[in-house]
Ligand binder design. Structure first.
Ligand code: NAD
Ligand code: MG
Length: 382
């Protein structure tokens, strides 16, 4: 029986995770849940899954949660330290990391330090400090299971050969809502346009990242750290149907890929039940969805994000953390209607260029680089 701690249970990945859990009551029990401010959603989840402990953003959210769930006997905690406490307590042996952004770093790292199995959807911490997370896992014996669909696809496909036989990987990208939008129209793209994702239904931040291709940029760095691959061996192909999630090419020229509907429950289920495959009754891939599968090169002129990733990745050290933080801050400003869409690229590119890269010698260095980039972006805009 796996005892789960689900970090970010009220978000898109969190809700999909609980749907997988619901399909296997004999395999999983929910030990703890964490949410930020959506007290009503969390209360509904607690009623159904009966965890022993939950954590929310602060005392106000805790009060709201208590009001929504009168008479609950479990324990409610508040604040970022409480989230870390739930991630590391020994009563759970599997942690699902599904908070969005850098906020997930400390609890995910804590779970890795405790030697747990950790299913990681929350890619930003891996981008910020993949080597520190890998080191924590190596030292404690923790297992990292990728939930991000492309990385889960690489993880599955790579099992067809030996690591030394792997020649390159291809991550696919839907291309987002602006795949065919001309450059001059991108200048006037609105928040509503950017939030209309053609194939996936996700949280707001990653949806904007898909529109800028920054999501794929982060995923290049995520893949580099997860699979220990040089950047020359990581490619991106735009594939608007989102059926082929990734391809792995081996030294003999054979290419092995993983296909499936664009439904995060599939990679989540694989990460939860690994190394087994179980029938969770998810909708199957049908011939209708396979009739047209197309692939095209990404447009680096309109979407410079992938080049930022290769640049930051090759610089190494604190550069990926700066890329991530500048982007998080720029996306926040875009979602608050304070900057136009294309300003996101400028702010991220400028932060990367201005940053004095430091070696990744510890968490404090990463957090300092993260703060520096956020402050810089805020100052540029004010
Ligand atoms: P979301 O916005 O829908 O959910 C985020 C969750 O994190 C919510 O439960 C929210 O309450 C919580 N949260 C937000 N800020 C927090 C904070 N400061 N402290 C504590 N908790 C906080 O996001 P999502 O789309 O589910 O994405 C989650 C992560 O998974 C992201 O890193 C994203 O890149 C990654 N991911 C998502 C998808 C997807 O299909 N949604 C696919 C692949 C990877
Ligand atoms: Mg992905």
């Amino acid at each position: 029986m796996k005892a789960l701690c689900i970090l970010g249970s009220t978000g898109s990945i969190g809700v999909s995770t609980l749907d997988v859990v619901r399909r296997f009551p004999e395999r999983f029990k929910v030990r703890s849940l964490t949410g930020n401010r959506n007290a009503a959603k969390l209360a509904e989840q607690v009623r159904e899954f009966k965890p022993a402990r939950v954590a929310v953003a602060d005392e106000a959210a805790a009060a709201e949660f208590k009001a929504a769930l009168g008479g609950w006997k479990g324990e409610i905690l508040a604040g970022p330290k409480a989230v870390v406490e739930l991630a590391e307590e020994p009563e759970s042996n599997y942690v699902v990391s599904a908070i969005v952004g850098a906020a997930g770093l400390l609890p995910t790292l804590a779970a890795l330090q405790k030697g747990k199995q950790v299913g990681i959807a929350n890619k930003e911490p891996l981008v910020m400090c993949g080597p520190l997370m890998r080191k924590a896992a190596d030292e404690s014996g923790a297992t990292i299971l990728p939930i991000d669909s492309e990385h889960c696809a690489v993880f599955q496909s790579a099992r067809a050969g030996e690591p030394k036989e792997l020649k390159k990987i291809v991550l696919t990208a839907s291309g987002g809502p602006f795949r065919t939008t001309p450059a001059e129209k991108l200048r006037t793209a609105t928040k509503a346009d950017a939030l209309k994702h053609p194939t996936w239904n996700m949280g707001a931040k990653i949806t904007i990242d898909s529109a800028t291709l920054m999501n794929k940029a982060l995923e290049i760095i995520e893949a580099h750290f997860l699979f220990d691959l040089p950047y020359e061996q990581i490619e991106v192909w735009v594939h608007p149907q989102s059926i082929v999630h990734a391809l792995v090419e081996f030294s003999d020229g054979s290419v092995v890929g993983q296909l499936g509907l664009p439904d995060m429950r599939l990679p989540i289920q694989y990460a939860l039940t690994w190394p087994e495959r179980l029938d969770g009754g998810l909708p199957p891939l049908t011939i209708e969805r396979m009739r047209e599968l197309t692939f095209e090169e990404p447009d680096h002129e309109r979407f410079p994000s992938l080049n930022f990733a290769y640049e930051a990745g090759r610089k190494g050290g604190t550069a990926p953390a700066v890329l991530n933080a500048a982007n998080e801050e720029a996306v926040r400003l875009f979602l608050e209607d304070r900057i136009p869409f294309v300003r996101i690229f400028e702010l991220v590119g400028e932060a990367l260029r201005a940053h004095d890269v430091q070696p990744l010698d510890g968490l404090e260095t990463v957090l300092a680089a993260d703060r520096w980039a956020r402050e810089r972006v805020r100052r540029q805009v004010e």
